[in-house]
Design a protein around this ligand. Structure first.
Ligand code: FES
Length: 137
């Protein structure tokens, strides 16, 4: 029997979470097999708000998003795009203590937070390829 992962916080409860429907980018901005770091601009109506960091993972026409927030200490997995460690379509790894997360569901399968998971963020891709934050569950 496979152990169930510890549930991460719901994405919309994280500080400065963008509203459902927020346009992120065009699907073609993410290369197949890439983990792209992408920040959603802070709400200008909220002076204390900060950009919301995402990780966008593309496999074929499908894009998966996680909050760029390690399940171990809650910090970004990488500070810069060129420091992002990943094996296309398989896993991504935090720069801090090298916990490894599965590409398919963000569950840590090796490292200090094994069994914990990255926070998934639902997406919707329009017919014209625009990627938006999906609806809240
Ligand atoms: S902060 Fe990511 S592995 Fe420790």
């Amino acid at each position: 029997m496979t152990a169930q992962p510890n549930l991460p916080p719901e994405w919309h409860t994280l500080p400065d979470a963008p509203a459902a429907g927020t346009v992120l980018l065009h699907r073609d901005a993410v290369l197949d097999g890439q983990v792209l770091m992408h920040s959603v601009a802070a709400d200008p109506a909220k002076p204390q708000a900060k950009p919301f960091p995402l990780l966008l993972l593309r496999s074929g026409d499908h894009i998966t998003a996680f909050a760029n927030r390690c399940a171990h200490f809650g910090v970004p997995l990488a500070a810069r795009q060129e420091h992002m460690i990943f094996e296309p379509h398989t896993s991504l790894t935090c720069n801090v203590h090298y916990a490894r997360f599965r590409w398919s569901d963000g569950v840590c399968d090796r490292g200090d937070c094994e069994g914990d998971a990255l926070t998934p963020v639902p997406l919707h891709i329009d017919a014209d390829g625009q990627v938006r934050i999906g609806p809240q569950p």
